[in-house]
Design a protein around this ligand. Sequence first.
Ligand code: GDP
Length: 298
Amino acid sequence: MLLPAARLRLFTHRFSSLLPPPPPPLHFSLPFRNSTSHSIPPNISATKTPKISISDTTKFTQTLLFIPPGISPEEVTENIILPGSNIVLGPYAGDAKVKEVQFVSSSVRPKDCPKDDRPEFAMLGRSNVGKSSLINSLVRKKEVALTSKKPGKTQLINHFLVNRSWYLVDLPGYGFANAPESTRMDWSSFTKGYFLNRESLVSVLLLVDASVPPQKIDLDCANWLGRNNIPMTIVFTKCDKVKNSKGRRPDENIKSFQELIKENYKIHPPWIMTSSATGFGRDDLLLHMSQLRNYWDN
Ligand code: GDP
């Protein structure tokens, strides 16, 4: 399948297990809030930071930050990186407000989806990841997300038209704990068909629950998308959720997930932390989507 040129130009995070891994991060601190623990990789001591050259920094910026079209790595400064993300804000960002949202259709088959070629973002994630909550938070409406949550029920692709110009697409959740194997398989062929044939797909928003350690099914999904050159933004959900017990903190889970992803991606995909409970990351995620969309429309 030929991908639209805009999509290929937009995302440069080529997936390749054959390519050598990216150089280790040096001193550039990742834009996490409330934590300094991962600004310094474990193999580098805080007091003995090695001297690095500008080209090392540029290399790092190119591999770990998501640099959108219209800006070069040399122009990146920390104040244009969206908080709690690796996403650089470029010149295409803008018009990120959600003013109007309309439910358009529920499609049983990928080929029944709207055919007007408006750019779209597809939300995907494990059941219970917080997808409905995030959709409702993005559009600031209660109960917009209509997706059936019960395994075995008809799986639908729900299209919501935002500002009469782009689509937010709610895809069926995967990995129902109690679903029979046959239902999981249905999900695979159904949703994979959508990804492989949907030319107006600007990016998948792959939702990953930051309150739990990395799950194999999420990593498999990220790797499948990468192998098939489907652009993806990893949206970490429930970043407010700190367990009282000895459970790991969201930022620790996120770091582990990124380490695992890094093994397969030559350039790290964009990622952002969110919480539908507090609204953290909502506006920044919309800004990121605006820059992808505006470039696409350009
Ligand atoms: P879905 O199955 O992916 O649509 O998930 P839901 O949006 O229905 O959320 C599943 C559960 O996670 C619900 O109990 C939500 O209240 C909870 N939840 C969703 N988002 C957040 C969040 O940002 N923070 C916290 N603490 N809980 C959340």
